[in-house]
Design a protein. Structure first.
Length: 169
């Protein structure tokens, strides 16, 4: 599992256009670097993802460096602030036990609910919950969405203001 945060937790990716961009870039680079995404949630000041690294996948550090570099250049272009620091760091946690894996899948899929942005996770368009609901067997979707995530230890003290995300859900 990977969590990445922006510098000083600033909402550099505020608004639908910027969230579309960051989410699209994350998905595009995951595919080109041969990482298999299982869950993702993108916000104005951070993102979470769960992914498999199959044989031949580019190392995580190289992938995130590319993602953060391209996204920072674009955010700075939007704001007319070349060279500004956009990303702070990322944290990665290897998932070695099935229960831990399923709990973190549930955590990431429901993260928009955790942040109070939507009541139903599948309604947040910059998250994989809707994708999972459409593609996975109903029993698997229900299992993941019902996982107890109270004991999941994830760096996630990111405040998201009401103006940071377009609320048309």
């Amino acid at each position: 599992m990977v969590t990445a945060g922006t510098y000083l937790k600033q909402p550099f990716f505020r608004g639908a256009e910027r969230l579309d961009y960051l989410c699209g870039l994350l998905l595009e680079l995951a595919e080109s670097y041969r990482w298999e995404l299982q869950a993702w949630a993108v916000f104005p000041n951070h993102y979470h993802l769960v992914a498999f690294s199959p044989p031949g996948a580019v190392p995580l550090a190289k992938w995130t460096r590319h993602l953060h570099s391209v996204a920072a250049i674009q955010a700075n272009r939007w704001d007319g602030t070349p060279g500004r620091k956009v990303w702070f760091q990322y944290w990665d946690t290897p998932l070695t036990f099935p229960k831990s894996y399923f709990a973190r899948l549930g955590y990431v899929h429901r993260n928009a609910v955790h942040h109070g942005l939507v009541r139903e996770a599948s309604l947040y368009r910059w998250c994989s919950a809707g994708w999972l609901g459409r593609r996975a067997p109903a029993s698997f979707y229900k299992r993941i969405m019902a996982m107890n995530v109270d004991r999941v230890n994830v760096e996630d003290d990111f405040e998201i203001g009401s103006d940071d995300v377009e609320r048309r859900f």
